[in-house]
Design a protein around this ligand. Structure first.
Ligand SMILES: Cc1cc2nc3c(=O)[nH]c(=O)nc-3n(C[C@H](O)[C@H](O)[C@H](O)COP(=O)(O)O)c2cc1C
Length: 207
């Protein structure tokens, strides 16, 4: 089944950037907005750089990964030594964030600026473990090119990337709309958040 890509940028204690994809990524809640990503520890038992940086700095950024960015996403997964900045290595343009220090991938049409909340470390096989990192979304950026003529996010045009099994991927190329039975479409706060929360905003701070 498709899993959205958490293309996560972080900053080390020494101020060096890091970028890596995590397909074990999801939203947890819309009120308040929270997300998680899950990182398998290395063979050595060490946490991955993204986890280390998020914990040390208390911040991370989710960058929407699109079909057009698929090669860069793939390349950013290379296991460079700690302290190597993947955005620099790959030649990705960056944008400063507004509320947190890690940079954003300039070409991504949507970004979530996140404040690190906590890590739940689950036991794995043998010496392994899985670090599930939770963050609260404190700021959202949506590029103008993401909106259709009615001011709604045109998700099909953005083609967000998702990971399948094996080494297969897909992207959002179609959608359909369904209204729950006996419901007024304007009153779906239990599905999307409080009234108005689903209205598009071009740049929003949720802090
Ligand atoms: C599309 C994609 C999805 C990935 N998803 C995960 C994941 O969910 N969890 C994980 O531990 N590693 C995942 N990886 C591997 C990491 O990206 C890789 O280990 C990377 O080097 C980690 O970088 P970091 O140490 O800078 O955080 C994925 C790789 C790709 C290409």
């Amino acid at each position: 089944m498709p899993r959205p890509i958490g293309w996560i940028s972080t900053l080390s204690k020494d101020g060096i950037g890091n970028l890596a994809p995590y397909s074990q990524f999801q939203n947890v809640s819309y009120d308040p907005p929270m997300v998680l990503f899950s990182a398998n520890r290395r063979q050595s038992g060490e946490p991955k750089d993204t986890v280390r940086n998020a914990q040390d700095s208390g911040e991370f950024v989710w960058n929407m990964a699109t079909f057009a960015q698929r090669d860069a996403v793939n390349r950013s997964s290379q296991d460079y030594p700690f302290g190597v900045d993947e955005m620099e290595k790959i030649g990705l343009e960056r944008l400063p964030s507004t509320l947190v220090k890690p940079a954003r991938v300039a070409d991504s049409p949507v970004h979530f600026e996140c404040r690190y909340m906590q890590t739940v470390s689950l036991p794995g096989n043998g010496a392994g473990a899985v670090d599930v990192v939770f963050g609260r979304v404190i700021g959202i950026h949506i590029d103008d090119r993401a909106f259709d003529a009615e001011g709604r996010i045109d998700i099909v045009r953005l083609r967000p990337l998702a990971r399948l099994g094996y080494l297969d991927y897909t992207s959002v190329e179609s959608k359909f709309t369904m209204v729950p039975p006996h419901r007024d479409p304007s009153s779906i706060s239990d599905m999307e958040g409080p009234q108005g929360a689903q209205r598009p905003v071009r740049t929003a701070s949720l802090a």
